[in-house]
Structure formats: structure tokens, C-alpha cells
Design a protein. Structure first.
Length: 91
């Protein structure tokens, strides 16, 4: 497949299928998948998710994790007032 070679061997079946149809070769997506499989070519595979924590068998934990205690500040920009009340009413 020239389209696969021309695109640094990163095109998968979906992009090969779209590339072929864009260049006037009417082909079904499953056909593109089968041809790639028969030719032994595949697209680029994304790397595995990086795992940063290593499980240690028999490790003792302190209990469930707790959320950090951070003071929350809430600012209200619009409120619905009861009839007869005004903002900053000092009376």
C-alpha cells in the first residue's frame, strides 16, 4: 500500500480507507482492514498509559484517602431577591 508508506507507516485502516476514497478508489472500510491484515501492515499504536504508583504486596495503609482541607470561597454574583428587598438595604 503506497498510502501507508507515503504517510510514514502511521496510517491505520480508517485513514487508509479515507485516503483511498479521497483519491478515487471506491473501497469499503472492511476491505481496507482485510487488505492491511493480509499484507501484514498496521497503523501506529498509541503507548500504554503510564503507571506512576507501584503496588507493594503486604503494604499497610493508613485508611481511605481523604480530600484536602482547603477553605472554599464562594462569590455570588446574581441572586433572586424577595419582593420589597433591595441590594444593600440598610433600613
Amino acid at each position: 500500500m503506497q498510502a501507508h508508506e507515503a504517510n510514514y507507516r502511521v496510517y491505520g485502516a480508517r485513514k487508509i480507507w479515507r485516503h483511498l476514497n479521497r483519491h478515487g478508489v471506491a473501497v469499503a472500510r472492511c476491505t481496507a482492514e482485510r487488505l492491511m491484515r493480509d499484507l501484514g501492515i498496521s497503523g501506529a499504536v498509541r503507548s500504554r498509559k503510564v503507571i506512576t504508583t507501584i503496588h507493594v504486596p503486604g503494604a499497610v495503609r493508613d485508611g481511605p484517602a481523604r480530600p484536602p482541607t482547603i477553605g472554599r470561597v464562594v462569590t455570588v454574583s446574581r441572586t433572586t431577591l424577595s419582593p420589597g428587598l433591595r441590594p444593600h438595604d440598610t433600613a
